[in-house]
Design a binder for this molecule. Sequence first.
Ligand code: FES
Length: 143
Amino acid sequence: MIESNQWEPEIIAFCCNYCAYAAADLAGSKRMQYPVNVRIIHTPCTGKIEMEHILEAFEKGIDGILVAGCLEGGCHFLEGNLRARKRTDRIREMLDEIGVGRERLKMVNFSAAMAPTFVERVKEIVETVRALGPNPLRESVKV
Ligand code: FES
Protein backbone atom coordinates (compact mmCIF):
# COMPACT_ATOMS: atom_id res chain seq x y z
CA MET A 1 0.00 0.00 0.00
CA ILE A 2 1.23 3.48 -0.84
CA GLU A 3 1.68 5.64 2.24
CA SER A 4 -0.07 8.97 1.71
CA ASN A 5 3.10 10.88 2.64
CA GLN A 6 5.06 8.97 -0.04
CA TRP A 7 2.59 9.44 -2.85
CA GLU A 8 3.52 11.81 -5.65
CA PRO A 9 1.17 12.48 -8.57
CA GLU A 10 2.09 10.81 -11.85
CA ILE A 11 1.05 12.98 -14.77
CA ILE A 12 1.25 12.43 -18.52
CA ALA A 13 1.39 15.38 -20.93
CA PHE A 14 0.48 14.39 -24.47
CA CYS A 15 2.18 17.13 -26.50
CA CYS A 16 1.56 17.63 -30.21
CA ASN A 17 4.67 17.68 -32.36
CA TYR A 18 4.38 21.32 -33.34
CA CYS A 19 3.45 24.03 -30.87
CA ALA A 20 3.03 22.14 -27.57
CA TYR A 21 6.17 20.05 -27.83
CA ALA A 22 8.10 23.10 -29.06
CA ALA A 23 6.87 25.08 -26.03
CA ALA A 24 7.97 22.24 -23.71
CA ASP A 25 11.30 22.04 -25.49
CA LEU A 26 11.79 25.80 -25.22
CA ALA A 27 11.04 25.61 -21.49
CA GLY A 28 13.79 23.00 -21.23
CA SER A 29 16.22 25.07 -23.31
CA LYS A 30 15.59 28.10 -21.10
CA ARG A 31 16.15 25.90 -18.03
CA MET A 32 12.71 26.74 -16.70
CA GLN A 33 11.85 24.55 -13.73
CA TYR A 34 8.71 22.45 -13.65
CA PRO A 35 7.70 19.43 -11.56
CA VAL A 36 9.34 16.12 -12.36
CA ASN A 37 5.98 14.40 -11.94
CA VAL A 38 5.17 15.01 -15.61
CA ARG A 39 6.17 12.63 -18.39
CA ILE A 40 5.85 14.06 -21.88
CA ILE A 41 4.53 11.87 -24.66
CA HIS A 42 5.27 13.29 -28.08
CA THR A 43 2.35 12.90 -30.50
CA PRO A 44 1.96 14.05 -34.11
CA CYS A 45 -1.18 16.09 -33.28
CA THR A 46 -3.69 16.08 -30.43
CA GLY A 47 -6.23 14.91 -33.02
CA LYS A 48 -4.34 11.60 -33.11
CA ILE A 49 -4.92 10.96 -29.39
CA GLU A 50 -7.78 8.51 -29.18
CA MET A 51 -10.15 8.20 -26.22
CA GLU A 52 -8.71 4.73 -25.61
CA HIS A 53 -5.22 6.17 -25.03
CA ILE A 54 -6.48 8.44 -22.27
CA LEU A 55 -8.86 5.94 -20.67
CA GLU A 56 -6.23 3.21 -20.69
CA ALA A 57 -3.74 5.49 -18.94
CA PHE A 58 -6.29 6.19 -16.19
CA GLU A 59 -7.14 2.48 -15.96
CA LYS A 60 -3.45 1.78 -15.41
CA GLY A 61 -3.38 4.22 -12.52
CA ILE A 62 -2.00 7.46 -13.93
CA ASP A 63 -3.17 10.33 -11.73
CA GLY A 64 -3.64 13.11 -14.27
CA ILE A 65 -3.35 13.90 -17.97
CA LEU A 66 -2.66 17.08 -19.88
CA VAL A 67 -3.57 17.14 -23.58
CA ALA A 68 -1.44 19.91 -25.06
CA GLY A 69 -1.94 21.16 -28.59
CA CYS A 70 -1.58 24.19 -30.80
CA LEU A 71 -3.71 27.28 -30.31
CA GLU A 72 -7.22 27.01 -31.75
CA GLY A 73 -6.97 27.89 -35.43
CA GLY A 74 -3.27 26.98 -35.40
CA CYS A 75 -3.35 23.16 -35.67
CA HIS A 76 -1.00 21.96 -38.39
CA PHE A 77 -3.61 19.35 -39.32
CA LEU A 78 -6.38 21.99 -39.45
CA GLU A 79 -8.93 20.71 -36.94
CA GLY A 80 -7.04 18.11 -34.92
CA ASN A 81 -7.06 20.19 -31.77
CA LEU A 82 -10.78 20.94 -32.14
CA ARG A 83 -11.53 17.21 -32.34
CA ALA A 84 -9.23 16.65 -29.36
CA ARG A 85 -11.14 19.29 -27.37
CA LYS A 86 -14.45 17.49 -28.04
CA ARG A 87 -12.96 14.13 -27.04
CA THR A 88 -11.40 15.59 -23.93
CA ASP A 89 -14.70 17.18 -22.88
CA ARG A 90 -16.49 13.85 -23.39
CA ILE A 91 -13.89 11.96 -21.36
CA ARG A 92 -14.05 14.56 -18.57
CA GLU A 93 -17.79 13.81 -18.26
CA MET A 94 -17.06 10.08 -18.14
CA LEU A 95 -14.42 10.59 -15.46
CA ASP A 96 -17.01 12.33 -13.29
CA GLU A 97 -19.52 9.52 -13.89
CA ILE A 98 -17.08 6.81 -12.78
CA GLY A 99 -15.87 8.76 -9.75
CA VAL A 100 -12.37 9.57 -10.99
CA GLY A 101 -13.06 13.29 -11.40
CA ARG A 102 -12.91 15.54 -14.45
CA GLU A 103 -10.21 17.75 -12.94
CA ARG A 104 -7.65 15.02 -13.60
CA LEU A 105 -7.85 15.66 -17.35
CA LYS A 106 -7.25 19.01 -18.97
CA MET A 107 -6.73 20.24 -22.51
CA VAL A 108 -4.45 23.25 -23.02
CA ASN A 109 -3.33 25.14 -26.11
CA PHE A 110 0.01 26.81 -26.77
CA SER A 111 2.02 28.52 -29.45
CA ALA A 112 5.62 27.35 -29.79
CA ALA A 113 6.80 30.47 -27.95
CA MET A 114 4.60 29.95 -24.87
CA ALA A 115 7.15 28.16 -22.68
CA PRO A 116 6.20 30.11 -19.51
CA THR A 117 2.53 29.22 -20.02
CA PHE A 118 3.47 25.58 -20.55
CA VAL A 119 5.32 25.59 -17.22
CA GLU A 120 2.36 27.27 -15.48
CA ARG A 121 -0.13 24.73 -16.82
CA VAL A 122 2.09 21.83 -15.77
CA LYS A 123 2.41 23.24 -12.25
CA GLU A 124 -1.35 23.78 -12.11
CA ILE A 125 -2.28 20.22 -13.01
CA VAL A 126 0.28 18.78 -10.60
CA GLU A 127 -1.16 20.88 -7.77
CA THR A 128 -4.75 20.10 -8.76
CA VAL A 129 -4.06 16.36 -8.80
CA ARG A 130 -2.01 16.54 -5.60
CA ALA A 131 -5.05 18.11 -3.88
CA LEU A 132 -7.35 15.39 -5.28
CA GLY A 133 -5.12 12.56 -4.13
CA PRO A 134 -4.25 9.32 -5.95
CA ASN A 135 -6.35 8.09 -8.88
CA PRO A 136 -9.09 5.94 -7.26
CA LEU A 137 -8.49 3.31 -9.96
CA ARG A 138 -4.89 2.93 -8.73
CA GLU A 139 -5.85 0.48 -5.96
CA SER A 140 -7.86 -1.75 -8.29
CA VAL A 141 -4.87 -1.91 -10.64
CA LYS A 142 -2.83 -3.56 -7.88
CA VAL A 143 -5.42 -6.29 -7.12
FE1 FES B 1 -0.70 20.74 -32.77
FE2 FES B 1 -2.62 19.54 -34.23
S1 FES B 1 -0.57 19.85 -34.76
S2 FES B 1 -2.73 20.24 -32.21
